[in-house]
Design a protein around this ligand. Structure first.
Ligand code: AMP
Length: 210
């Protein structure tokens, strides 16, 4: 299964991605997580990405696309992958399409999670993230997954959330019609319990050829 997840920040893509990647036995490739791991490790890539991430802007395509291209070359991605957070603009979607044409491995589906703006803001401003495992949580002092320390991501602060939503509307939302035109788009609601959304996603994806 070669799958792309699209949706506004806070739609729960990362959480769903983990379940779906386990269900289909494919690697979960999340560009935001890769950038954050590089920030934490103080790599050159992390230092280049930091100023864009802290402002809620997209990291330039040249940096991001190269990072994803090399990740997709790793052995675990040969038979499928789940991309979470890339592509995030039409230029990135064109790069992915060219890569898949070259490898003769077309995408199976693009799954869109939709959520009203008010709900996005409420979710992001209360979201905390684990410093150790990256899991999101709400209203707890310690990470419910691993017991690590939780913090508020710089880009989950109110001023940056507004900019991320603008960036989503201006740059990312256009890839939804791009993929609709390609006949790949499946849309589901991101409201409801984690279990309900996973069940809806798997049911929608079961109608897609693998
Ligand atoms: P996320 O965890 O997916 O919300 O990503 C956090 C931040 O990482 C974004 O706000 C961007 O600054 C950067 N980022 C993640 N994916 C991409 C991408 N595909 N293109 C450019 N920047 C990205």
């Amino acid at each position: 299964m070669r799958l792309v997840l699209v949706g506004p920040p806070g739609a729960g893509k990362g959480t769903q991605a983990q379940f779906l990647a386990a269900h289909y036995s494919i690697p979960h490739i999340a560009t935001g997580d890769i950038f954050r791991a590089n920030l934490k490790a103080g790599t050159e890539l992390g230092n280049k990405a930091r100023e864009f991430m802290d402002r809620g802007e997209l990291v330039p395509d040249a940096i991001t696309n190269e990072m994803v291209a090399s990740r997709l070359e790793e052995a675990d991605a040969v038979n499928g992958f789940l991309l979470d957070g890339w592509p995030r603009n039409v230029a990135q979607a064109e790069v992915l399409r060219a890569m898949m044409v070259e490898k003769k491995t077309p995408l199976n589906a693009v799954l869109e999670f939709s959520l009203p703006d008010e709900e996005i803001v409420a979710r992001l401003s209360s979201r905390r993230t684990c410093r150790d495992c990256g899991a999101p949580s709400v209203g707890v002092d310690k990470c419910p997954t691993c017991g690590g320390e939780v913090y508020q991501r710089e880009d989950d602060k109110a001023e940056v959330i507004a900019r991320r939503l603008e960036v989503y509307a201006e740059q990312t939302a256009p890839i939804i019609s791009f993929y609709r035109n390609e006949g790949l788009l499946i849309s589901i609601s991101a409201s409801g319990s984690v279990e309900e959304i996973t069940a809806n996603a798997i049911s929608a994806l079961s109608r897609v050829a693998q």
